[in-house]
Design a binder for this molecule. Structure first.
Ligand code: RB5
Length: 143
């Protein structure tokens, strides 16, 4: 199960991503927002982060206008490693190296075709499990 969230700036791209996931028969949970009305991205970042941390969803996808605000908000939550990716190389690398559990994108930055490809790469790339990456991820959790 993939948790999805967006603010008004990411609403349209989230619709496209939902269509893409349906085509690929990948189950998702839409945590909102559900309209184009102006809203606050931290609320949706927290909802999706909660779904991922609880284990109800294995990964999350968050979209705002730039992807920046919603990624900052998600990364405030302990245990979340949210990666802002607007290219496939970064999407692959952040899974291999950072074991990123949330993908963030900007609905005002990229189009639906590239975004879908990024989602595909992000969801299909496993963590490398390399010792050095495990060590570095552990350091992220140190107080
Ligand atoms: C909303 O206008 C916009 O600020 C938001 O979607 C996002 O881009 C913030 O980082």
């Amino acid at each position: 199960m993939i948790a999805l969230g967006c603010d008004h700036g990411g609403f349209e791209l989230k619709q496209e991503i939902m269509h893409f996931l349906e085509e690929k028969k990948i189950a998702y949970r839409d945590c909102g927002t559900y309209t184009k009305d102006s809203c606050d991205y931290p609320e949706y970042a927290k909802k999706v982060a909660g779904q991922v941390l609880s284990g109800e969803c294995e990964k999350g996808i968050l979209i705002c206008g730039t992807g920046i605000g919603i990624s900052i908000a998600a990364n405030k939550v302990k245990g979340i490693r949210a990666a802002l990716c607007h290219d496939c190389f970064s999407a692959e690398a952040t899974r291999l190296h950072n074991d990123a559990n949330i993908l963030c994108m900007g609905g005002r930055v990229i189009g639906p075709g590239l975004a879908a490809k990024i989602v595909e790469v992000f969801l299909n790339t496993p963590f490398s499990n390399d010792e050095r990456h495990i060590r570095r991820i552990g350091m992220l959790e140190e107080e």
